[in-house]
Design a protein around this ligand. Structure first.
Ligand code: RAM
Length: 331
């Protein structure tokens, strides 16, 4: 009996394998700003979870070594040749990718941006992690949490062309111009290009050129970790506080070490998961990317597209010594 069950199982497994070979899985590409970024690694994990849940999908994860639009253009051309069904991209430039993404759409590929937006005519919809004004207000609140008496503040961003960081910095400036922030003075904005080394050097430069600096606010997970390390290495813990958008797993040591009091982020696993659900709805034709549409995001819920076919996932969540350890195990 036992033997017969085993044989049957083996036969079923063999049948499944040949069925899989006969009906090759649909390929869906997740194109990230650059490889080696923990934020996108977490998004990839979520994308794979969604692919498994939906079935018959294969995630092609790709990104250039450095966060440039040129690198992403090359990748998209290769993906067009591979006949992927959908391309979900976190863009290194809102405009430079539009021509190649239009070409992809002409070949029947569904295109959406997530995290960092592509201009409206280059994609069908955009999945933002959270609303831009909300992220801007959160960054400003974090600055005041780091330096309640105000003082000099500098921004360490990602690349100068990044749609998401530029929009968040603009929104933060709007909030900083309101009365509760009268004592906060923004002295500099520098770019670490989402490279650890360059971000570290830029943070060191800020510490040198602004001896009275109170806060470095980095709206990038790569930048915030590098800035915290620079503050620690330069023995400025307690004088200069680092805040912004970070991964609990990468910030735990810096919260414990005192360079960071608090920071924020949304769940990057959920972001990757949600974008695959949105891409799948475009491929299936149940979502077209028109304003007002409701886009199903699986276990995350749904989002409604605004007049620019943009939707937001969730509110940013704040971390500090009370909760960072728990979330560090997740992302
Ligand atoms: C970096 C990237 C990404 C951004 C996060 C917060 O990992 O720049 O685009 O969303 O930071």
């Amino acid at each position: 009996m036992k033997y017969r069950i085993r044989t049957t199982l083996a036969a079923v497994a063999a049948a499944l394998c040949s069925a899989q070979a006969a009906f090759a899985a649909d390929k869906m590409a997740l194109v990230v700003k650059s490889l080696g970024n923990g934020f996108f690694d977490a998004a990839r994990q979520g994308a794979q979870e969604a692919a498994k849940e939906l079935g018959g999908l294969e995630i092609v994860y790709a990104g250039p070594a450095k966060a440039t639009a040129e690198g992403q253009v090359e990748i998209i051309n290769a993906l067009i040749a591979q006949r992927v069904k959908a391309i979900a991209i976190s863009a290194n430039d809102p405009d430079a990718l539009v021509p190649v993404l239009k070409k992809a759409q002409q070949r029947g590929i569904k295109v959406l941006s997530f995290d960092s937006m592509v201009r409206k005519d280059g994609r069908q919809l955009h999945l933002a992690p959270s609303s831009t004004p909300m992220i801007g207000a959160k960054l400003a609140a974090l600055v005041l949490d780091a330096a309640p008496a105000g003082g000099e503040v500098a921004v360490l961003s990602a690349t100068a062309q990044a749609t998401n960081q530029n929009a968040w910095i603009a929104a933060m400036k709007t909030t900083l111009a309101t009365p509760p922030y009268a004592k906060v003075r923004l002295v500099s904005v520098v770019y670490g290009d989402d490279q650890t080394d360059k971000s570290y050097r830029e943070a060191q430069g800020l510490l040198k050129s602004h001896p009275n600096l109170k806060v470095i606010v980095a709206p990038t997970t790569v930048g915030i970790a590098a800035a915290a390390r620079a503050v620690q290495d330069e023995r400025r813990v307690g004088q200069v506080f680092v805040t912004g958008l970070g991964l609990p797993s990468e910030m735990l040591g810096h919260v414990k070490g005192g360079a960071v009091k608090s920071f924020a982020i949304w769940n990057p696993v959920d972001l990757g998961y949600s974008v695959v659900h949105a891409a799948n709805a475009l491929v299936k034709g149940s979502v077209k990317g028109v304003p007002g549409e409701s886009v199903p995001l699986g276990r995350v819920g749904k989002m409604t597209l605004d007049a620019s076919a943009e939707g937001a996932m969730a509110e940013p969540f704040t971390f500090n010594a009370s909760n960072v350890e728990k979330f560090a195990k997740m992302y």
